[in-house]
Design a binder for this molecule. Structure first.
Ligand SMILES: *Cc1c(COP(=O)(O)O)cnc(C)c1O
Length: 381
């Protein structure tokens, strides 16, 4: 009967009212450091990301799309589908885009009216200098859209201070929350641009304007759709938990995980941090390069065979042989989890015959010791 009762506890909740829905949006605004409207959209983060692009881009407009990983590539496709001219600036997955690259593109293309940028890329493990880029975009007069899904809760996200007009967050990464609802902050400038765009979606699930008209401008008293109640409650708990821990403590924990993994991996033969400079490494996830004879996907399989509980993942597609990734976000940004991950990687390398048995044990011990010290040095700061 216990199982039945657990089902009932999820299925027979009192209805989630508009006031509660609005309260979650207000908590998100605090987390995102914004005074702009925050619109919660009832879908995974790709929903508000696509909604932003389709709301702003139109034929005859020009966008600067910064590509530092797969999400940036997706944005380029949406921008072109809207008929926009797309100027692309890319950075190798081993680093970040530089403000100088962005400045040059803006100078060469004064017609750029929108810049789309990913803050941190979980898939490639890099993070971009948003503060500097935001200042350049503001000076140029363009709108700045930021995908902060993989950075919120893991590193500073100063939406208003950085001049981000459209900032998209989701719950499923460093907030260790649900994936089924996500949010976007919309600045007054962005609302003006969207309202002036005849092509902006209306009466559509992709419409930001619908939410503005039916929800925000109506005083947030009546929800336009049935609320995704379970997801909203889970998102509220995730945001509350970060507030209880303290956002700075959460950020420190993720930085410590990154520093520990990068230090530990350097002690393991055949592996190296994929992102070259520490300041370009995303605090939410660390990508690792497999060098020499050993293939990354084989290392992942062997490490997971040694310890199936560690948050290790192979890279998708063409990077599968050279890159693996540790998703140390949310609850996994934890000293014991990170050290277990390094031990599993060492065990995997041993099983693949990369090291002799005693060398493997020594390397594992060194990696764990170095990583532990890096964690303590970073977390204490
Ligand atoms: C995880 C993530 C998203 C959300 O998309 P999923 O692939 O469904 O997880 C969006 N943007 C970035 C940068 C992400 O890391």
């Amino acid at each position: 009967m216990t199982a039945n009762n657990e089902h009932l506890s999820l299925l027979d909740l009192p209805p989630l009212g508009a006031d509660r829905f609005a309260a979650v949006e207000d908590k998100l605004a605090v987390l995102m450091r914004t005074r702009s409207d925050v619109v919660t959209m009832q879908g995974e983060a790709l929903l508000p990301l696509e909604a932003c692009i389709r709301s702003v881009a139109r034929p005859g407009s020009t966008a600067l799309n910064v590509v530092t990983g797969p999400y940036g590539e997706t944005f380029g496709g949406w921008l072109r589908a809207c008929g926009a001219e797309v100027v692309t600036v890319s950075a190798p997955f081993t680093g970040a885009v530089t403000p100088r690259q962005v400045a040059e593109a803006l100078r060469e293309h004064p017609e750029i009216g929108l810049v789309s940028l990913v803050h941190a890329e979980a898939a490639t493990g890099n993070t971009n200098p948003v503060a500097e880029i935001g200042a350049l975009v503001r000076e140029h007069g363009a709108l700045l859209m930021l995908d902060a899904v993989a950075s919120v809760g893991a590193e500073p996200l100063l939406t208003d201070e950085w001049g981000v007009d459209l900032c998209v967050v989701g719950g499923q990464k460093a907030l260790a929350g649900p994936a089924g609802v996500s949010a976007v902050s919309v600045s007054a400038r962005a609302w003006e641009r969207i309202a002036a765009n005849e092509r902006a979606p209306r009466r559509s699930y992709l419409s930001l304007l619908d939410w503005k008209e039916r929800w925000i401008d109506a005083g947030r008293t009546a929800l336009p759709h049935a609320p995704a109640q379970l997801e909203m409650l889970a998102l509220e708990q995730a945001v509350d938990r970060v507030a209880d821990e303290g956002l700075e403590a959460s950020v420190r924990r993720h930085r410590a995980a990154s520093a520990a993994l990068r230090a530990g991996v350097r002690e393991l033969p055949g592996l190296a941090p994929y992102v070259l400079r520490d300041e370009d490494a995303a605090p939410a996830a660390t990508t690792v390069r497999a060098e020499g004879a050993v293939a990354a996907d084989e290392v992942v399989a062997a490490a997971l065979a040694a310890d199936a509980a560690v948050p290790l993942q192979g890279a998708a597609g063409p990077l599968a042989k050279e890159m693996l990734r540790v998703n140390h976000y949310g609850r996994a940004a934890d000293r014991a989890v990170v050290l277990a991950c390094l031990a599993a990687l060492a065990a995997g390398l041993g099983a693949l015959g990369v090291m002799r048995e005693q060398d493997g044990a020594d390397a594992a011990e060194r990696a764990v010791a170095v990583a532990g010290a890096a964690w303590d040095g970073t977390a204490g700061r």
